[in-house]
Design a protein around this ligand. Sequence first.
Ligand SMILES: Nc1ncnc2c1ncn2[C@@H]1O[C@H](COP(=O)(O)OP(=O)(O)OP(=O)(O)O)[C@@H](O)[C@H]1O
Length: 264
Amino acid sequence: MRTVRAAETAPTLHPWRVHAEGLRVRAGRHLAIDGLDLSLRPGVHGVLGPNGAGKTTLMRALATVVEPAAGALTLLGAHVDGRANLRAVRRRLGYLPQQFGFYPRFTVREFITYMAWLKEMPKAATPDAVQRAIDRVGLTNKADAKMKTLSGGMLRRAGIAQAVVNDPELLLLDEPTVGLDPEQRLEFRDLLRELGADSCVLVSTHLVEDVVAACTDVLLINEGRLLFQGTPDDLIARGGEHDAGDSPAERGYSALLRQHRSTV
Ligand SMILES: Nc1ncnc2c1ncn2[C@@H]1O[C@H](COP(=O)(O)OP(=O)(O)OP(=O)(O)O)[C@@H](O)[C@H]1O
């Protein structure tokens, strides 16, 4: 007889938007997430970690692109496993992958409308939702430009717009600030704060300062596990004057990794 895990019998009306226990996720043959426990409420969660830590793999699992190899994962109250029908959860998700595909001849508006259709948004509400998403990322005057004519930063912003078009309850942004100019990065921080008021937003980045400025919660992932979860102030408090980094938060980040490496 199959053992029923506690997570499978738990009531679905819990406060967590994301709940993972002993999560394992493969990237190719490699176990990139290896025994991760995580509980997230609404807010903006900054995901930090060195190259290869497993951030992208975690995002892919939370976006239901890749199925967990083991452990329990609950997204927006739904258990994610091989038997689950994830269609309803996917309608409530937004995901910006590190690299996203698009038809270069589509205009920005056509691209985001197409993504809204893929997310099964009601047809009547789509044009207004698309316009709002375009305005939110500052692409109003590029709405009818073809995707192939956009700069790298503008493309990233179009990617963010498609992720937020359905007002997702769970929003996953994998390195969204790559290519954004300083002014756009500041505006993006405001957008994150606004989105995090109601939604559970995960933002993976290497820019520790973006996390401190815009996140309510910091996650540090290393070797497929959660090494630290706390507020930006908790992260800053971990750093000492001799730790590497240009800011108190970067020194906190370095200190946590150094302490972890010295204990393994
Ligand atoms: N297709 C694959 N086949 C084998 N190993 C992979 C594959 N994709 C990723 N990996 C490995 O899985 C681990 C986690 O990769 P992942 O891309 O999730 O890390 P990351 O934290 O997002 O890194 P970065 O900061 O460089 O984007 C790395 O060691 C990587 O080499």
